[in-house]
Design a protein around this ligand. Structure first.
Ligand SMILES: [Zn+2]
Length: 300
């Protein structure tokens, strides 16, 4: 169990300690209505405020209490990623986190794609990239997310990668890593929801090779995301794979991609067996992955 707990902090155990020590009250400088926001708030009954923390400029209609909790989690995600990649976030991420679209005048949330995604209780990250002769000069991401907790955390991973590296890597990797972060909790063991555990346990014929090659057939997007989460969770936490997975990921986001099968020649053998064990283990404990991860790495 001790071993399982160690793996439970999805990157390295020290991250949780660091995150706990983040001084949130001082990190959040202030909540304010900017001039334009103030005008809108007065004229359109907007409840939107802007909060600024070390790494975020957050526009939201959440209560101050919920916003501070959200920023606490989002700052922890940024801290995790900075430690994982050995590179701090470049710049600050602008986010729109929406609880109720009726609180948002169009002038305040003008991006149509962002509004659409939020209306679907989902999110999207839009990135502008400036490059010259193939060299990335700068990137700026804007997150649009429904305020359900996990969606902002997911999108923050994309924004971090875009702004810091100018890339996110292949889709299965980018989405899997974002999902690992979306379900990571600062205050306890990471978990996957019971509905996801039930689904994955019942679809255990999927192999890592199918996930990496995007051969998931006509599965629904949320089912594909579940498998991407499971594979990235295993690769980031199982010491058999985690050092190579980090190196693989770093190569992807820094524009020096390597073939997954070259980095992991055991893709069809040991890794497939470990992945099956992970999925089967989800049935044993749907509330926590601690035991499951321990099972999947037995014999190391
Ligand atoms: Zn995503």
């Amino acid at each position: 169990m001790r071993r399982a707990l160690k793996y439970a902090n999805w990157i390295v155990p020290a991250i949780a300690v660091t995150a706990v020590n983040v001084d949130i009250p001082s990190a959040i400088v202030r909540a304010e209505t900017t001039d334009s926001l103030h005008k809108l708030a007065g004229s359109a009954k907007s409840r939107v405020l802007v909060f600024r923390s070390d790494h975020f400029e957050l526009y939201t209609d959440l209560s101050a209490r919920d916003t501070i909790e959200l920023l606490d989690q989002m700052e922890a995600v940024v801290s995790n990623l900075g430690t994982y990649w050995g590179r701090p976030l470049k710049g600050q991420i602008k986010c729109f986190v929406v609880s109720d679209l009726s609180h948002w005048p169009t002038e305040l949330l003008a991006d149509a794609a962002g509004r659409t995604k939020i209306g679907e209780k989902s999110g999207t990250t839009l990135t502008e990239r400036l490059s010259k002769d193939g060299e990335i000069l700068s990137t700026r991401s804007v997150v649009y997310a429904f305020a359900d907790g996990r969606t902002p955390q997911h999108e923050v991973v994309h924004a971090f990668c875009w702004q810091t590296f100018g890339r996110c890597g292949p889709e299965w990797f980018a989405e899997g890593l974002a999902e690992v972060s979306a379900y990571w909790r600062k205050d306890g063991l990471p978990h996957c929801p019971s509905w996801m555990a039930e689904y994955l346990q019942g679809d255990s014929a999927v192999t890592p090779e199918m996930v990496v090659d995007d051969r998931l057939g006509d599965r629904k997007p949320w089912q594909m995301y579940a498998h991407r989460w499971a594979l990235c969770f295993m690769l980031a936490n199982n010491p058999r794979y985690s050092p190579r997975f980090r190196a693989f990921g770093y190569a992807q986001v820094t524009g020096r991609p390597v073939a997954f099968a070259n980095r992991f020649p055991e893709l069809e053998g040991q890794m497939a067996a470990d992945y099956r064990a992970l999925l089967h283990g989800l049935k044993a404990d749907q509330r926590s992955l601690g035991t499951v991860v321990s099972d999947s790495t037995r014999g190391d």
